[in-house]
Design a protein around this ligand. Structure first.
Ligand SMILES: Cc1cc2nc3c(=O)[nH]c(=O)nc-3n(C[C@H](O)[C@H](O)[C@H](O)COP(=O)(O)OP(=O)(O)OC[C@H]3O[C@@H](n4cnc5c(N)ncnc54)[C@H](O)[C@@H]3O)c2cc1C
Length: 266
């Protein structure tokens, strides 16, 4: 029905439902398109976003599952809530177009620019990001991780008895940060995988920054770790608010996964 108000003419009851319709149709289409993927990344912190950018850029179908409303993980707060980021070198910053200045041998960037640039570039490269969605379990077939079991964050927060759904992938990348949540899902039933338990060690920046990149890789068939999850899984030291290792770890995971998936095609 059309209603005229002065010179304006409204379609009563149309615009409201059309807004809902386009949102629902687009979201459902995106979800259906991403039920099967090359890579599922759990956690949209710096390691996950960097990994997603390089994977999508390599042409792999990549999806990120992020529990929170905001993406960026631990970036936003910099150190102790001071939203400035410190890094040792600037090569990856240049790739993401992030402005940085050199100070006392370190590169300093703005945390807000850092988080948004990583998210923008990952998204523009083709990675799909589903926020407000939580990975609660893994799909495991013949001793290989083949995807994740997910639920809505709101459902989890409310503690509702609602079944999840599944998102399949050839590879899962755990970038959940300190708790290494995806690896933890596996070690609950396979404790021998991480005999020392999931926990990072005391602060030691140089050792941690080198170790987090060195140890980034496949920890179980189909399951890779990057970022602070690596420190937790390999009991490496923590490194505090320095983010170069997170980006390099995400980049290395993407390189290893791309090589693996491309070689398995040939
Ligand atoms: C309280 C606190 C303590 C910190 N301590 C240290 C420290 O000791 N050493 C250090 O180097 N840095 C520390 N940081 C800085 C910072 O967190 C990390 O260096 C950096 O952000 C880690 O990057 P990441 O990509 O590995 O993970 P994060 O930035 O932590 O991102 C992980 C993301 O995964 C999401 N996520 C987790 N589990 C799930 C799930 N099941 N499903 C969906 N999403 C999930 C989280 O919501 C988050 O957005 C700390 C930050 C905070 C807030």
């Amino acid at each position: 029905m059309l209603v005229e108000v002065g010179e304006l003419c409204y379609k009563v009851g149309m615009i409201e439902t059309e807004i809902s319709r386009v949102i629902l149709e687009e979201y459902n289409q995106r979800l259906l398109e991403h039920l099967e993927n090359d890579v599922v990344i759990v956690g949209a912190g710096p390691a996950g976003l960097a990994g997603a950018y390089y994977l999508a850029k390599a042409g792999l179908k990549t999806v990120i599952i992020e529990r929170k409303l905001s993406i960026g993980g631990g970036i936003w707060g910099g150190a102790a809530g001071y939203n400035v980021i410190a890094l040792q070198d600037r090569d990856i910053l240049d790739e993401f177009g992030i402005t940085a200045k050199k100070q006392k041998g370190l590169y300093i960037a703005d945390a807000i620019e850092f988080a948004t640039a990583l998210a923008y570039k990952a998204r523009k490269a083709g990675a799909q990001i589903f926020n407000l969605m939580e990975a609660e379990d893994i799909i495991l077939k013949t001793e290989r991780v083949e995807g994740v079991v997910v639920n809505g964050t709101a459902i989890k927060l409310a503690g509702l008895h609602v079944d999840p759904f599944c998102i399949a992938s050839k590879v899962v990348l755990d970038t959940t940060g300190h708790p290494a949540e995806v690896v933890n899902m596996l070690t609950k039933r396979r404790p021998q995988l991480v005999p020392e338990g999931i926990q990072e060690s005391f602060m030691d920046v140089e050792t941690a920054e080198a170790g987090v990149v060195e140890k980034t890789g496949e920890i179980f068939p189909g399951l890779y770790v990057a970022g602070m999850s690596v420190c937790a899984v390999y009991n490496l030291p923590r490194m505090g608010p320095i983010f170069g290792g997170m980006l390099k770890s995400g980049q290395k995971a993407a390189k290893l996964i791309s090589q693996k998936l491309k070689s398995s095609k040939t």
